[in-house]
Structures are given as structure tokens and as C-alpha cells.
Design a protein around this ligand. Sequence first.
Ligand code: UPG
Length: 468
Amino acid sequence: APVNVKKICCIGAGYVGGPTCAVIALKCPNIQVTIVDLNQARIDGWNSEDYRLPIYEPGLVEVVKQARGRNLFFSTDIDRAIQEADLIFVSVNTPTKKSGVGAGFAADLNYVESATRRIAAVATSSKIVVEKSTVPMRTAESMRTILEANSKPGLRFDILSNPEFLAEGTAIDDLFAPDRVLIGSLQTFEGKSACQSLTNVYANWVHTDRILTVGLWSSELSKLAANAMLAQRISSINALSAICEATGANIEEVAHAVGRDTRVGSKFLRASVGFGGSCFQKDILNLVYLSESLHLPEVAAYWRQVVTLNEYQKRRFSKRVVDTLFNTITNKNIAILGFAFKADTGDTRESPAITLVRDFLSERAHVTIFDPQVDESQIWLDLSEALPDVSINQIKNQVTIAKSALSAAQNSEAVVVATEWKEFKDINWQAVYNTMKKPAFVFDGRMILDGDALRQIGFKVITIGRGD
Ligand code: UPG
């Protein structure tokens, strides 16, 4: 019979492990959930009295408030949590490799491997081990080999793949009401039984017709495929936005008309300055690397183009800013509103704003940044990583971080919206206009502003996907 899961350990207290397992704890009061991480500061954040959690996600604090101390625990005692658990989520990060074979494309599985080795080294009872991190295909196979080669006799390890589909900014809603939960297992008796154990955990709040059980390899590939196809939609609409800007068509009208076909669907067709985030680019490059290793160069080229177009979109946008500002922004003040890769998150990984700032700095502009969620220290870190040849002092000479949109805009020639924060719609744009140099330009990289209202005030408005 399937194991009745009573204790869960989650290795990795980041964007995926943290919210996912907090919600499991909330929804399964009879299961004890312990989230562990090597990083003491991160665990302290999760345990902090005043709920200054290490990540910002709407609704997350409420979930943690209800479950923490009841059946949800955060700890750095990894070994103990592993030993006690029936089921272990491996939810560590898998960044793109920076050097060695597959550098720039392949995922770095170092953390997955060390977590797996740790499980093998300390486990004293059988476990269900679940890969939650997005991993290259057949990682489950490697995990199984490591576990079997290193564990004590008589212990069983069943490996499941259970990729996470939550999006940042809506993580809690996505976890409460997922479109689907995907669980992959070997199609053996033991594999299916482990799959049933995890299904029973989710069935506490997810209707079973939304819990899809498939083979291990299909599950691993589906995660990469889902992100690749979502990113492909954005690159498709962004490619069309370039045509719109050159012809007088309006990308919002085009997206609406195309999306009305139910076969296409209306979601995820917002043209933008480019997609960002920790997943899309990484997962596509992963798929490209996989296709190449399988000797499928046409397939690799197809997916690579999604990323190439995204780079093009960012470059095209910064060029449009320079061209519009009379072909030079040297010594001009540019205000950038939004630094996060999307609204409702403080996450800046692969944020298009980073590329814009880098481009503007190379034109020797002065840039002022305002973001309602991103920490100042994070912005400095991102910019020094993006500009490895420039000293931090030099960067600080050219970049200012502002406490409000209005102060960012002060004395600027242009305001550039890089993140779709709702609050940017409600800025006192008349006040912004008054503080700016004239002509005052607004570049809406997210199509969120009311262009007509801004033109009434006197702004020159440039929007993605529109020629006017
Ligand atoms: N974006 C657009 N236009 C759109 C939709 C999104 O430009 O129409 C941008 C968005 O601004 C952001 C990026 O695309 O920069 C990614 O957005 P989103 O997918 O909402 O955020 P993520 O948190 O990166 O979530 C993606 C998948 C999710 C998956 C996760 C990690 O949506 O299902 O779990 O990546 O793999």
C-alpha cells in the first residue's frame, strides 16, 4: 500500500520550496513539514518574529502565520529533517552553468547532487524523494543511481518528479488553485505506489482530476516544454510588436484579435520590453542544450530563437529611447520605473531593467531607478554583475536609487517604465511632468499607462508595439 506521508522535508527554502511547502503545511494539518536550508540568514528570515520573510509574495505571510510552529518548521538541521521524513522535496536551485561543459546553457546540478548525496548519507529509513527543482531530463535517473550506490542496505528510495508551475507574484493563488499538479514516476508497481502517496498529499486541497500522473521522463520534459511554450508566445507577440511599430498597427489590437481565437487563447500575449525571471531563459537554454546533445540541431535552433528574439526586443527598446531623445542620451537623466522582472515580486533575476540600465550607462546617461519592492543592495549587486568591467564607484556615479517615482523623475528627460507595477498607473503624472525637462518623454515598456491622458498633460508618449 502507498506510504501514508506524515512528515515532509523540503531541502531548499527559496522561491519554490518556501511557498510550496508552506502551503502544503497549511492545507495538510496532519503532516509535519520542515523546510531546511544551508543558509542560516535565510532560515532566520523565515523564522523571524515580525515575518520579514526572505521573499516577497502576496499572501505568503498569512500562510506562514497560520502554519508556522503548528506543523511548519524552518531549520538548518538538514540531517535531522531528512532522517525524520517519509517524503523529501529537493527544491534547490539549478542555475545555468557559468563555466565548463555546457557553460551558458546547461543547468548546474551541483546543489541537486549534494542534496541527493546528503539524503543517501544520513537516511536511516526508506524515502520518497521528489525532484521539485526544474532539472534537465533524466536527472531522476542520476539521483536514483547516487541514492542506490550510497545508501544503507535494506532502504528503498523511490524518485518522483513533481515540477512546480507557480508564477512569482501569484505564487499563493497558484498553489491554492493550480491548473494542474504534475507527478511523474517510474511505471513500476513501486513507482506508482510512491506516486499515489504524493497524490494523496495534494488531494487534501486539489481535485484529483487536476492531478496528472505520468511517466518520469514526460514529467521532466513537460516542465521545460511549458516554460518554453509560454516564453515562445511572448517572443511571438514581441516579434509582431516590431512590425506594429514600423507600420502603424497596434499590438494590443492585434493580440486581442488573435487571442480571441479560442485555439490561441488570450492570455500571455502582452508585448513588453522582454521577458525576464529565473525560469524562461534558463529552461529554454536547457532545452537547447538537450536538443544539441541529442543531435537535433534544427530543434535546438528553433528554441534558441525564442531567447535571441528576447535579447533583440530589449536592445530594440533601448535603441528606441536613444533615437527618440535626439540620438544621444549622454549626460541626460533617465528615470527607470521598476527594476523587478515583473510586478508583485522583489525578484530581479534576468530582469529586462538590468539590460536597459546597462545600455543607458554605456551611452553615458545618468539613470535614476525606483522600484517599490527591490532592495537597494540588490540593485547594486545586479548592476555590478551586469557590468563586470566597471567599478561599483563608477556605477554609483552614474546611477541613483530613488525612494519614489516622483523623485526619480525629477529633472529627467525621460521616464521609462520597465516593470508593470500597478501603482505606476496612479502616479501623479502632472507632478511628474512639472519636475521634468521639456520635452518630457515617457516610454511605456509594459503598455500599462493611459497614453492619451499623458499626452493631454503634455508628455510625448512612446509605447511598445505602436508606431505613434
Ligand atoms: N511577460 C510578458 N508578457 C506576458 C506575460 C509575461 O512580457 O504576456 C513577462 C513578465 O513580465 C516576466 C516574464 O514574462 O518578465 C515571466 O513572467 P511569468 O511567467 O508570469 O513569471 P515567472 O514567475 O517567471 O513564472 C514562469 C512560469 C511558471 C513557472 C515559472 C518557473 O509562468 O509557470 O513555474 O516560470 O519555472
